[in-house]
Design a protein around this ligand. Structure first.
Ligand SMILES: C[S@@+](CC[C@H](N)C(=O)[O-])C[C@H]1O[C@@H](n2cnc3c(N)ncnc32)[C@H](O)[C@@H]1O
Length: 238
């Protein structure tokens, strides 16, 4: 039977995602290197809401003046959908794109919204190539997840943020990636207990609209919900 367009996107974008098959971050980068060309259109077909949700959350936390001047880091910028949503929400300052996939970053830079781009795979042992307190905000839209940015990278993100700054992260946390959710919240608890982070808000939202995907395809990748988190580096921390 012929598959519908949403089924085709679901197969190439989600069922084939290496993180669902026990593979590691370098496999995920290879996967994304081949995704850039279809990515934006595919995300329209699955009604990918996370960039807009993250941008609205970011905009709700800062003043109009801050939106004009804030220097923002887009972690796992991909093709730039998160950055584009921030621009629409009124963030006008410098925006740096970081991603481990050159194939995705190429499309991000074509959007003309970033000040600079850096190809870099962020892991605990491969820290960010920025000096301490370089940014006023960081976003991670769809980039914290299994075989992608691990929770232990949060501390490194805090290092490059100025005190009082926010990290806005969207994370898919239901059904098959429960183990990631456990690790993510354990790391937040650890950082909070150490006084290194404040969890300001955590809200569930519909990350994709997958009702029209054929039931027989949904299987393991059926988590269409995510959470948007606002995390803050406390004032007075270096
Ligand atoms: C699902 S895409 C999201 C892209 C974009 N933020 C968006 O919302 O459309 C995840 C992106 O994160 C990048 N990524 C995942 N793990 C990474 C890591 N550890 N270091 C750098 N980039 C990573 C991938 O290459 C990919 O471009």
């Amino acid at each position: 039977m012929a598959h519908t367009p949403i089924d085709e996107v679901f197969k190439r974008g989600f069922i084939k995602f290496p993180g669902h098959h026990g593979r590691d971050c370098s496999d995920v980068m290879d996967f994304f290197n081949g995704r850039g060309v279809n990515y934006d259109n595919d995300m329209k077909i699955v009604t990918y809401t996370a960039p807009e949700v993250a941008a609205q959350k970011a905009a709700s936390l800062v003043s109009d003046k801050q939106k004009e001047i804030f220097k923002v880091l887009d972690l796992g910028a991909g093709t730039g959908l998160g950055g584009a949503a921030l621009r629409r929400a009124g963030f006008l300052g410098d925006m740096s794109a970081l991603d481990g996939s050159a194939g995705m970053l190429k499309f991000a830079m074509e959007k003309g919204i970033y000040s600079d781009s850096t190809e870099h795979i962020l892991t605990l042992s491969n820290p960010l190539p920025y000096s301490d307190q370089s940014f006023d905000m960081a976003i991670g839209v769809g980039s914290f997840g299994k075989a992608m940015m691990e929770p232990d990278c949060l501390q490194e993100v805090l290092r490059v943020l100025k005190p009082d700054s926010y990290i806005i992260a969207t994370v898919r946390m239901y059904t098959e990636i429960q183990d990631y959710k456990v690790r993510f919240y354990a790391e937040l608890d650890r950082l909070e207990a150490a006084g290194l982070i404040k969890v300001c808000s955590r809200e569930k939202f519909l990350h994709y609209k997958w009702e029209e995907v054929s039931d027989k395809l949904k299987g393991v990748a059926s988590d269409q919900y995510g959470e948007v988190l606002a995390l803050q580096k406390p004032a007075g921390l270096n």
